[in-house]
Design a protein around this ligand. Structure first.
Ligand code: KIV
Length: 253
């Protein structure tokens, strides 16, 4: 019988040299499906703001948005560890807000851990959240909430450190990611950071080929869901307009 993974399970995978498979998810039906596919960690990412809600970047995402998505995912009772993203302006201003918003994502959202972006600049905040027993996942390199400071989404080469149960390395040259992975005792989860991280994460909508708005080099498309959805909906529309649907089979006699 399977059971919900904990942060200790994720950390133990690094010790065993077992790769960690992480994926984003924002809703109940998808969480039910992906939890049967060998995903160890579900990130309810603030990428939802872009691929789910249609914003140009993640900055407009609110704690209420993250609570909504996290609750939907948790309702699927996944065995994967559920980590909820702290959105922009929910942890940067002061410790009280950072702790309160982290606590809400765990208490009201049902997540087991939170993720936040930044290195040394957020180390104290990470410690403050961990001190109230909420595990934190760090995120360094190309941090989408810093889009205006970085002048766009570009590969980052800076080494930063943060204390957390695990850390996302995004848009980092592969040799640097290998070095960070070797030096850290906590698992590194790469996205655009090469093959030597302890695990990998991608945005679900990117691997399914639903969103063609933005496709970075590191994304591998495993399906063409956009074509699948548009062909199903076009057939439905044609059948409704031609009167072919509904037929007797789909009606009450
Ligand atoms: O919000 C998100 O989906 C993320 C991942 C891409 C790591 O931060």
């Amino acid at each position: 019988m399977s059971r919900r993974k904990t942060v200790l399970d994720i950390q133990a995978m690094k010790g065993r040299g077992e790769k960690i498979c992480a994926l984003t998810c924002y809703d109940y039906p998808t969480a039910r499906i992906i939890d049967t596919c060998g995903v160890d960690l579900i990130l309810v990412g603030d990428s939802a703001g872009v691929v789910f809600s249609g914003f140009d970047n993640t900055l407009p995402v609110t704690v209420e948005d993250m609570l909504y998505h996290t609750r939907a995912v948790v309702r699927a009772k996944p065995d994967a560890l559920v980590v909820a993203d702290l959105p922009f302006l929910s942890y940067q201003v002061d410790m009280r807000e950072a702790r309160l918003n982290s606590g809400r994502l765990v208490k009201d959202g049902g997540a087991e851990a939170v993720k936040l972006e930044g290195g040394k600049n957020v180390a104290d905040i990470i410690r403050g959240i961990v001190d109230m027993d909420v595990p934190v996942m760090g995120h360094i390199g190309l941090t989408p909430q810093s889009i205006h400071r970085m002048g766009g989404y570009k590969v980052q080469g800076k080494k930063e450190a943060a204390g957390a149960f695990s850390i996302v390395l995004e848009g980092i040259p592969l040799k640097l990611a290998r070095k960070i992975t070797a030096e850290l005792s906590i698992p590194t989860i790469g996205i655009g950071a090469g093959p030597w991280c302890d695990g990998q994460i991608l945005v679900l909508h990117d691997i399914l080929g639903i969103c063609d708005k933005y496709s970075p080099k590191f994304v591998k498309k495993y399906a063409d869901a956009k074509t699948l959805i548009s062909s199903a909906v076009s057939r439905y529309s044609q059948e409704v307009k031609s009167g072919e649907f509904p037929d007797e089979e789909h009606s009450f006699l």
